[in-house]
Design a binder for this molecule. Sequence first.
Ligand code: ZN
Length: 155
Amino acid sequence: MENCGWCNLSGEDKRFQLYEGTCWSVFLANEQDYIGRCILVLKRHCGSLSELTEDEWNELRMLICKTETCFKTVLGATLCNWSCLMNSFYQDPDPDPHLHIHVRPRYEKPVVLNGNTYADRAFGHHYALHKSGSIPDQDREELFRRLKEWLSLPA
Ligand SMILES: [Zn+2]
C-alpha cells in the first residue's frame, strides 16, 4: 500500500527493530511511558485481527509468549498490557488501517537503566494515557541492546 507508513518503513524507522519473523516485526516504541513498550506489526497490509491467516495467528501467539517472557526475564516486568486499537486510522475520511499491536510491560517494582529509576506508579490500574514517554538516548540504547540480545537467543 503506497501511502501506508507501516508498509514503507525507512532504514531509520527500523533503527529500533528488535525482531523480524516471517509474518510479524517487533519494534521498540518511540514512546517509553512503560519501559520496554513495543509494537508488533504485521508485515502484510491488513486492517483487522479478524482477517489474520492461520500462520499469522500462530506466529503472533509465539511472539506474545516470547515478548512476555523477555520482559519478565530482562526487565522484571510483572505482566503485560496488550492493545490493538487502530482508532487513529479512522480519523481519515478514507481509512486504510494496517494492523499493529501495542504491548506495555507493567511493573510492581521499578526498572533501573544506567542508574535511572523508572517506576510504574499506576501499577494495578489501567495504563496512563498521558504519561511522559521520553527517556534519555543512552537508556533507550541500553534497553534496545538488552531486549535484542535476549530475543536473538535460540528458542
Ligand atoms: Zn500497510
